[in-house]
Design a binder for this molecule. Structure first.
Ligand SMILES: Cc1ncc(C[n+]2csc(CCOP(=O)(O)OP(=O)(O)O)c2C)c(N)n1
Ligand SMILES: [Mg+2]
Length: 357
């Protein structure tokens, strides 16, 4: 039986003098090509993705042992997104903002794993003095603006960061990451409107990991092709294989060209997948083990970059050396995070906003 087609109302015509009518001649971003990485760049992508994976595994263990309290959302499976995008940015010039699944983005911005791990264990040496925890980490020095627990809030704040880049004329671009679930939040669209109207230098990145807590994107989204979500604001969108670091980097290059040419925002939908539950307390009963295993087997981003490395003539032994280095970095970070002191009680009264704005 033929699938019933959705009835459509007649098409509206744009008025001749409306901006929409003038849009016909507007340039479009080019279809991005996969990035052509040098051997050194491939090695660096591998190193960073393995660092994120091992760091997150260790964080999961420390959580299980009771060293980490509160919420903890792991990024395992999504590594190619943060690494592919942020390798194209300039740390300290381009700003990054994301949600609560933020450890990977911090690592990809070169922030010291020790300071991140110590933040997770709530220690004074943590990047937010142990007072932010997993979801609320910042490094203004790196222009990494968190770490946000309110779903979608980072998109509006990101538009503000984009505005600041434009206002200050500092040549920076903001990257605002958010999830497939956050993409259904109202403030996202208010931000899209302002960002396009004011031609803000911002790349909106939807990390479509297929689930918002226990709800799959197809169950929650009337339009599940999320790269199209900017269309009614005339923000172009590109759908990207977020499990392939070279595809991610290639799309980021195109997005940066678009934004830096003064065209305003662009939307990248990264099709990706999280291997772990939503947070450490999620038994993930809403999907089958087979589904997760199939993703790991067929699309793992680290295995993917290994194939590129083999083609570039890099041996297994070279990779083992990197693996060992990373294991040491992560275990040193964990030792530091377990052994450094907790904040003084007086710290409870600092960094508290009391002024009125
Ligand atoms: C405004 C708001 N509503 C609801 C929540 C509860 N909540 C936390 S995470 C989440 C799901 C978000 O999913 P998604 O945007 O896909 O991001 P992911 O966790 O997959 O990275 C929800 C509903 C919240 N933190 N903030
Ligand atoms: Mg999601």
């Amino acid at each position: 039986m033929a699938k019933p087609t959705t009835p459509r109302p007649p098409r509206a015509q744009a008025k001749a003098d409306s901006p929409a009518a003038a849009d016909h001649n507007r340039p479009r971003p080019a279809d991005p090509a996969d990035y052509e990485a040098t051997k050194e760049e491939l090695l660096e992508f591998y190193r960073q993705m393995v660092l994120i994976r091992r760091f997150e595994e260790k964080a999961g263990q420390l959580y299980g042992l009771g060293f980490i309290g509160g919420f903890c959302h792991l990024y395992i499976g999504q590594e190619a997104v943060a690494v592919g995008i942020q390798s194209a940015l300039e740390v300290g010039k381009d700003s990054v903002i994301t949600g609560y699944r933020d450890h990977g983005h911090m690592l990809a911005y070169g922030i010291d794993p020790k300071l991140i791990m110590a933040e997770l264990t709530g220690r004074e040496a943590g990047i937010s003095k142990g007072k932010g925890g997993s979801m609320h980490m910042f490094s203004v020095e790196h222009k990494f603006y968190g770490g946000h627990g309110i779903v979608g809030a980072q998109v509006s704040l990101g538009a503000g960061l984009g505005f600041a880049h434009k206002y200050n004329g500092d040549g920076g671009v903001c990257v605002a990451y958010f999830g497939d679930g956050a993409a259904n939040q109202g403030q996202v669209y208010e931000s899209f409107n302002m960002a396009e109207l004011w031609k803000l230098p911002i790349i909106f990145v939807i990390e479509n990991n297929q689930y918002a807590m226990g709800t799959s994107v197809n169950r929650s989204s009337a339009e599940d092709q999320l790269y199209r979500r900017g269309e009614s604001f005339r923000i172009p969108g590109i759908q990207v294989n977020g499990m392939d670091v070279l595809a991610v980097r290639g799309a980021t290059e195109e997005a940066l060209r678009w934004v830096k040419a003064g065209n305003g925002p662009i939307l990248l939908e990264m099709k990706t997948y999280r291997y772990r539950g939503h947070s450490m307390s999620d038994p993930a009963k809403y999907r089958s083990r087979e589904e997760v295993q199939a993703m790991r087997d067929k699309s793992d981003p680290i295995e993917g970059v290994k194939k590129y490395l083999a083609e570039a003539g890099v041996s297994e032994d070279d990779l083992k050396k990197i693996d060992q280095d990373i294991r040491k970095i992560v275990s040193d970070a964990a030792d530091f995070a377990e052994s450094s002191p907790e904040p003084e009680m007086s710290e409870l009264y600092t960094d508290v906003l009391v002024e009125q704005y």
